[in-house]
Write a protein that binds this ligand. Structure first.
Ligand code: FMN
Length: 335
């Protein structure tokens, strides 16, 4: 991992700088500036990109794989899906047509997607034009959310983000369901934080400064997480923020394939961008998904218990976080 220069951040990308009179390849490079603003588990940014004259390949970067928290690489592929969605939203903003081929090389799953672009394209009906400016505003918000419900009209529009075949989205304000998911989160924290290898991995990423703290705070955070079982205090905090949230979301896949994980990531990103348009923030709570017995219990709380939940998150309004989390510079993730 590299050190970040807080003075020049990828978040300062300016749409007016789009090189519209330059060759397509230069335009694609510009679009990647938006792809890298995507969320990823532990902000591990597990992506690498290659650009050819009219195509971008998205590769999984093993260095960003959370071997302990995410042994099946599910979160890794979902994070790549989030980056892919940002890329497509940006492409549509600048009038480019695109076509995505998922896992195009049967022998190499690290090539997650290949996107071919053409000049002049139509915007997809399900990609609201307001998603684009939300790319630089969206963030994961970890605060207690306001005690105000999300109105039905907004919930319907958020639900309409789910256009993926084979993927189900549940958005619920049901108190009983919230209590039951809360119980799963508390148990998930206890199970994960009791594992020294889990704490060590989380500590490593905290120590890299990926959550935006200063160098000193990152190193102190790393020490604390690695050497103390903070499961109880984490569970208390998670429970408070979850119960403050007016809406809980669960994304489930009918087939738990890599392509579905990528598409689930795209859905989460589209949904969190649309939420950001309305001043609503999201926070995934992955400890439930990471423990298979809790993941199965979560499935039973959804209308499609045979599907596999791949992401659970809370939604609501709150003051925006003060700073964005850091991103690696584009040059570092270009192959
Ligand atoms: C697949 C996935 C799983 C995530 N799981 C969690 C989680 O369990 N808890 C959490 O607080 N944030 C979670 N996040 C959010 C990331 O920590 C966050 O995206 C990252 O730190 C970058 O910050 P940003 O979203 O504010 O840009 C997850 C994100 C993704 C894409």
């Amino acid at each position: 991992m590299t050190t970040y220069d807080p003075k020049v951040t990828p978040w300062q990308i300016d749409a007016d700088q789009f090189p519209k009179d330059w060759p397509l390849e230069a335009q694609l490079r510009f679009l990647l500036g938006y792809a890298i603003l995507a969320p990823s588990s532990h902000n591990s940014q597990p992506w690498r990109f290659t650009i050819s004259p009219s195509r971008i390949d998205i590769h999984a970067d093993e260095k960003g794989w959370l071997k302990v928290a995410d042994p099946e690489r599910r979160e890794l592929f979902m994070s790549l899906g989030c980056a892919l969605e940002n890329l497509l939203v940006a492409a549509e903003r600048f009038g480019l047509a695109h076509e995505t081929s998922y896992l195009p090389d049967r022998n190499d799953e690290s090539l997650a997607a290949a996107v071919t672009f053409h000049e002049s394209g139509q915007r997809s009906a399900f990609r609201d034009p307001r998603l684009f400016p939300a790319i630089t505003r969206r963030h994961t918000n970890h605060q207690v959310y306001e005690d105000s419900h999300l109105d039905d009209d907004l919930l319907e529009r958020l639900e309409a983000c789910c256009v993926e075949e084979g993927i189900d989205l549940l958005l619920t304000a049901d108190l009983e369901t919230k209590h039951r998911v809360d119980d799963l989160v508390v148990r998930g924290d206890a199970i994960q934080f009791a594992r020294p290898e889990y704490r060590e991995e989380l500590g490593f990423w905290i120590g890299q400064g990926v959550f935006g703290s200063s160098w000193l705070m990152s190193k102190l955070g790393q020490l604390a997480v690695t050497h103390m079982n903070l499961g109880k205090s984490q569970a208390k905090k998670d429970s408070a923020v979850l119960m403050s949230s007016p809406v809980l979301g669960v994304i489930s896949c009918r087939a738990n394939s890599r392509e579905m994980q990528l598409r689930a990531g795209q859905l989460y990103q589209r949904l969190s961008l649309l939420a950001a348009v309305h001043g609503v923030w999201c926070q995934p709570m992955s400890q439930v998904i990471q423990v298979s017995e809790l993941q199965r219990e979560l499935a039973d709380l959804t209308p499609k218990p045979k599907s596999t939940p791949v992401l659970v998150f809370r939604m609501g309004r709150a003051a925006p976080e003060k700073e964005h989390t850091p991103r690696r510079a584009l040059e570092e993730v270009l192959a």
